[in-house]
Design a protein around this ligand. Sequence first.
Ligand code: PMP
Length: 344
Amino acid sequence: MAKSIQAYDNILQLVGNTPLIRLNDIVSNFDGNFYAKVEGFNPGHSAKDRIAVHIVEEAERKGILKKGSTVIETTSGNTGFSLAMVCMIKGYDCILAVSSKSSNDKIDMLRSMGAKVYVCPAHVSADDPRSYYEVAKQLHREIEGSIYINQYFNDLNIEAHYRTTGPEIWEQTNGLITHLVACSGTGGTISGTARYLKEQNPDINVIGVDAYGSVLKKYHETREFDHNEIYPYRIEGLGKNLIPTATDFDIIDSFIKVTDEESAHTAREISHKEGIFVGYTSGAVMQAVKQLDAMDTFTADSNVVLIFPDHGSRYMSKIYSDKWMEDQGFFDKQKAAEVKPVEV
Ligand code: PMP
């Protein structure tokens, strides 16, 4: 037989099929079994690779995108990096309108993937023509054949996870999953994954993780938008100050809120105890599971799946920097004793 070379055609073939990893030490005192779906294993280091591939390929199927077309989005975070990677491989221009609050590191990272980055003033309202939302919309109007991803209001965001993350978890757990605990930002991850899983077994308990300072939990409980819930917080990618249509509130059974401080410490604890290097929101999900355990949510038979959305490398100057932690006031004496500083 002729010899062949075992290689992927390109980096995009590695998107999805992320591992499910049992958590051991960090949950040693909890009732139940706990497994993390570690999305940092995607080539773009986050779950957003899944939506970037799906949304771009749907636009190709519909004939909207052709070689040389432009993909536009408002993000400095994971979605921007994933889109830039997809566009690089597929030959599209990628324009990302980001807020001037974004760190230079993040902007450099997006540019290193070939994206054109428009830095827009942070302290203007969303409807100001200078805001990153309005700049993106304007560019979309002006550039013929462009698509605007608009992840908070795009049903394909849910569909990407319905088609991939949900079936993967169902297969990896052999249908034995009892609880899903996942962050809600756009809501695409939790909604799509839960929709698929509940179609297989409606008894699976789906718990969304929200931030203090975000409206999602209150909206889920009352279906009312409460401005009083909104105040600044530090975790990026979790919670929101608006109601995204990419969140299916009916499929989520309950929400639980977590703090910036505890989530940061818990992310560091995951690295220390499980050897899995994760981002800030993975700490938030783990923190939520700690709170749920304290509320006796789980039993010895529970098989709980947590989604860890991204990789720790994006947070070196934040939660993995002792200086940053100290500046936030996150190192009081007791906590500093519990969590050994990371050597960078
Ligand atoms: N964690 C991180 C780091 C993210 O960037 C996001 C996306 N905003 C989320 C969690 C939440 O995922 P989703 O938008 O699918 O709700």
